[in-house]
Design a protein around this ligand. Structure first.
Ligand SMILES: [Zn+2]
Length: 260
């Protein structure tokens, strides 16, 4: 069983000491491809560098809404220089997060819009983040009819899932699904997620799936199969079916090389 973790934060300081072991353990667990999430220009540059150190490791390049207020004037130019790199496969993580407004909504909107433009200019998929900003986010996406990509770490309800599917987006499912305390709406929603649109991700080091045995404080890409198992149960298919479909979808959306 070969797996691709489409969202892993390998540049996070919690992986600094043992990054080689983490990537190796993931490979041994079948997670032979990973896409590192770039959350601002600096992190995206660091993520891009890491793709050169490991086989099967890719990166996104973009600015997370939390970082929108901190961008330099030429951030779009800096991102552009990363998009020609063969292992940079998406624009993002980008979008809107009005939950605590770490950046003011106006800054978030303008930085998101710039990235929507970059994605269309480079014909690249978007790696989308959204929290408490669904209506504004969907309205902005609709202004870019050629936009395509993934709603990463989707935690919404059935209506939101269907709206994303209507836009042609893929949907990324994390260990949020495995948390009996808070995943109810999501567990209901995924029943409407077609196999040809699903992607799986750990969002490591965050969101340890609750079905991982023991009390783990740090999530790792090697735990991806725990997300897959819960998804399989809810969709009433085998874990192999989820694995095969998410593998194929990852390659299709991000244009990954099937041999490397
Ligand atoms: Zn996110």
């Amino acid at each position: 069983m070969m797996l691709c973790d489409i969202g892993v934060n390998l540049t996070n300081s919690r992986f600094k000491e043992d990054l080689f072991e983490v990537v190796g353990a993931a490979r041994s667990a079948g997670v032979v491809k990973q896409i590192i999430t770039g959350t601002n220009v600096y992190e995206s540059q660091a993520a891009t560098k890491l793709t050169q150190q490991f086989d099967g490791v890719y990166a996104t390049a973009g600015v997370h809404p939390h970082d929108a207020a901190n961008v330099e004037n030429d951030f779009a130019e800096q991102l552009k220089s990363l998009y020609s790199h063969p292992h940079v496969v998406a624009v993002g993580e980008c979008g809107l997060d009005f939950n605590r407004n770490f950046s003011p909504p106006e800054a978030q909107k303008s930085v998101f819009e710039a990235q929507l433009q970059l994605a269309s200019e480079f014909n690249m998929p978007l790696f989308l983040h959204e929290r408490d900003a669904f209506d504004t986010q969907i309205a902005m996406l609709k202004q870019f009819p050629r936009a395509f990509g993934v709603a990463h770490c989707f935690t919404g309800d059935t209506a939101q899932l269907k709206a994303y599917l209507d836009l042609g987006l893929y949907v990324g499912i994390t260990g949020w699904l495995c948390d009996p305390k808070r995943g109810d709406a999501l567990r209901e929603a995924v029943k409407y997620l077609p196999l040809e649109r699903l992607l799986v991700e750990t969002d490591a080091p965050y969101l340890v799936p609750k079905n991982v045995p023991g009390k783990k404080r740090r999530n790792e890409p090697k735990y991806l199969s725990y997300v897959i198992d819960v998804l399989a149960e809810l969709l009433v298919v085998s874990s192999t079916t989820i694995a095969e479909n998410s593998w194929r979808n990852s390659h299709q959306l991000f244009g990954l090389n099937t041999n490397a």
